[in-house]
Design a protein around this ligand. Structure first.
Ligand code: IPD
Ligand code: CA
Ligand code: CA
Length: 275
């Protein structure tokens, strides 16, 4: 094994250990119950929840990464929001992706962890602690579900495709834009639309071939950092909704098996909100 491969395998081991530790905390809270709080600070409705489970999971993930890589930068959704996304050695963490599912006792949520080097995704791990489903990817080495290599689907047209989507915490224009894009997908005789509520797992589903494509008009880096690498390592494509290179910042996302990307991009572009 080359020195580079050894280093990447150590990075992956750290990501997996951290994802499983965070996941174990989530599983415990999921079984025993936890109080959810609205993230709104002004008493308004955001539908964006947080709990001790999110915070404890993030602390556990951070502690494991810092043990092996004390000099690396951490960017996470909760207490680690201030992390520098441009750092040379960067870990991007969603300690609980699918918070609304978690709050409603739907067993579909995950810990998502990615390591980026100078803006390039090197390692990704997404872990659903209830199904004990682990999705991993290392740059240049493929995408794996529980150790088995996976690939995107082969569908080459929207007809008969299965499309995943997500709604940002918005009940206004962005919600309507998403609904309009969904309506146009249906006009193309797709097999179905699914909204499972955990972006990191949705993206992994594109990599595994369950979804032929996925889109959402607003996601944060921690939602897609690991899933983006998983998709490209599985042979797929991921861009913004208008086909631009995905930045490591809040952005729209369009992911696909590559073959139906242009057809989906026509739809998601048509309904994108003006900046
Ligand atoms: C959310 C989930 C959801 C997506 C939202 C995300 P959270 O993350 O990934 O599927 O539609 O846009 O914010 O808040 O559960 O970590
Ligand atoms: Ca998230
Ligand atoms: Ca989260």
């Amino acid at each position: 094994m080359s020195e580079n491969d050894l280093r990447r395998s150590e990075l992956l081991q750290t990501a997996v250990k951290a994802a499983k530790n965070g996941g174990e905390i989530l599983r415990r809270y999921f079984e025993n119950g936890v109080t959810m709080r609205d993230k709104s600070t002004d008493g308004g409705k955001t539908y964006d929840l947080v709990s001790d489970a999110d915070l404890e999971s993030e602390q556990a993930v951070a502690a494991i990464i810092r043990e092996s890589y004390p000099d690396h930068e951490l960017l996470g959704e909760e207490d680690l929001k201030g992390g520098d996304a441009n750092a040379e050695h960067l870990w991007v963490i969603d300690p609980l992706d699918g918070t609304n599912n978690f709050a409603h006792h739907l067993p579909h949520f995950a810990v998502s962890i990615a390591y980026y080097e100078s803006g390039v995704p090197i390692v990704g791990a997404v872990y659903n602690p209830i199904r004990e489903d682990l999705f991993t990817a290392v740059q240049g080495q493929g995408a794996f579900e529980n150790g088995t290599q996976v690939r995107v689907s082969e569908s080459s047209s929207l007809n008969q495709s299965m499309i995943g989507c997500g709604f940002y915490y918005d009940r206004g224009d962005m919600m309507r834009a998403t609904l309009n894009a969904i309506a146009e997908c249906f006009e193309n005789e797709i097999h179905g639309i699914r909204r499972f509520g955990t972006a990191s797992l949705d993206l992994c589903q594109v990599g595994c071939g369950g979804f032929d494509a996925f889109f959402e008009y607003k996601l944060s880096p921690w939602d897609f950092a690991a899933g983006a690498l998983f998709i490209t390592e599985a042979g797929g494509k991921i861009t913004t909704a208008t086909g631009d290179t995905l930045p490591l910042e809040t952005t729209s996302v369009l992911a696909s098996n590559g073959k139906i990307h242009a057809a989906m991009q026509d739809i998601t572009t048509r309904h994108t909100l003006p900046k």
